[in-house]
Design a protein around this ligand. Structure first.
Ligand SMILES: Nc1nc2c(c(=O)[nH]1)N[C@H]1C(S)=C(S)[C@@H](COP(=O)(O)O)O[C@H]1N2
Ligand SMILES: [Mo]
Length: 353
């Protein structure tokens, strides 16, 4: 991806880039050129973002279904939301069991500002939700390669209809048209839901009675117990969990004053507070949030100023959301390694001399 800053990223494959832990600092918003990338299939051609306003999305499962262009959507309404975009598999590398899939650590996540029209507004303009609908189903605009079974490769995800009021059909990211790599010309944004539910180059949005039968919904992204294959009997990977991690110091350094920094998020809820421990969780101290509160779905950078004497420190952080949910030391494992949020393994070991 030529607009990316190579020095900020870990390359897992040419379509799978992770942000280095050291680049987050205490910035509330992740820069476009440092944001992770994850594609399940080959993206569409760059030509689709040449004239973004011409992109069409088919709105179905409403009173008056029809195709609308991004240009039309821009006349219907506009809102912005700051949101953590985080891959369902972020932190997979910290699970103790063997997992297949990208061994993400902390960097398959970023906090981004999206601008677009609320899906609710679009739906009301088109005659409202059709009776019986229970899900919002979004379909990615990738071409299905010849000879492959469409439902095995299509990026199509369903989320519960009760989040309709939060969904945006977004055309801008961090104040500029969304680049192809991040889902331009139009992306379905579901705040508080993991990466995969945020459909890039969305070409169809349907209010549906049932969840899509696509493999990516039926079998993949399910919280299956160890040793079991994903299937509809297990919960879908939807809402994000409360989580935090340390972003500095990451390296051995000299005794004296240190700013211990990190990021904390509530996932589907707002984050309420975060504590830091220098002794692997034996004793905890409250950390301070830094910078603006960008809302429920954003993360908050935090800091604890500390004078550190020579020694070895296991620095960990533990966030609590506004509903009282707290990061566990070790989360319940699931076969594919989704939603890792354990405070133990997300900490860092540093030697101060
Ligand atoms: N159309 C489409 N949408 C998609 C994907 C995809 O492959 N195609 N990947 C999903 C996954 S698994 C993640 S983690 C995020 C990654 O978003 P990013 O590449 O903008 O960081 O997009 C999601 N939306
Ligand atoms: Mo993902």
């Amino acid at each position: 991806m030529n607009f990316k800053d190579d020095g900020s990223l870990i390359v897992h494959s040419n379509n799978t880039l992770e942000t280095k832990r050291s680049v987050f600092g205490v910035q509330p918003i992740t820069a476009d050129n440092q944001l992770y990338i994850r594609n399940n299939v080959t993206p569409p051609s760059e030509s689709i973002v040449e004239n973004p306003d011409a992109w069409e999305v088919s709105i179905e499962g409403v009173g008056k279904p029809r195709s609308v262009t991004v240009g039309d959507l821009k006349t219907m309404g506009v809102e912005t939301v700051a949101m953590v975009l985080q891959c369902s598999g972020n932190g997979r590398a910290f699970f103790k069991h063997e997992t297949s899939g990208t061994q993400w650590r902390t960097g398959a996540a970023g906090c981004v500002i999206w601008t677009g029209v609320p899906l609710r507004t679009v739906v009301e303009n088109l005659g409202g939700v059709k009776g019986g609908a229970q899900f919002v189903t979004g379909t990615g605009g990738e071409k299905i390669p010849e000879g492959l079974n469409a439902s095995d490769v299509i990026v199509e995800r369903s989320v519960p209809l009760d989040v309709l009021d939060n969904i945006l059909l977004a055309w801008d990211m961090n104040g500029a048209p969304i680049p192809l790599a991040h889902g331009g010309p139009l992306r379905m944004i579901v705040p508080g839901f993991t990466g995969v539910n945020n459909i890039k180059y969305v070409k169809r949005v349907a209010m549906t009675e049932a969840e899509t039968d696509a493999l990516i919904q039926r079998q993949r992204y399910r919280l299956a117990p160890l040793g079991k294959k994903g299937s509809p009997e297990y919960p879908s990977v939807w809402q994000m969990e409360v989580k935090s991690w340390i972003t500095g110091p990451l390296e051995d350094s000299a005794a004296g004053m240190h700013q211990i920094t990190g990021l904390a998020m509530g996932g589907i809820n707002a984050v309420d507070n975060v504590e830091v421990s220098l002794d692997g969780g034996k004793t905890w101290e409250a950390a301070q949030f830094v910078g603006p509160d960008l809302g429920r779905y954003a993360w908050r950078p935090f800091v604890l100023s500390k004078k550190l004497a020579p020694g070895t420190y296991n620095i960990v952080s533990r966030a609590t959301d506004t509903e009282g949910n707290q990061q566990p030391e070790v989360p319940e494992p699931n076969q594919s390694g989704y939603n890792y949020n354990g405070w133990g393994a997300l900490g860092v070991d540093v030697k101060i001399s």
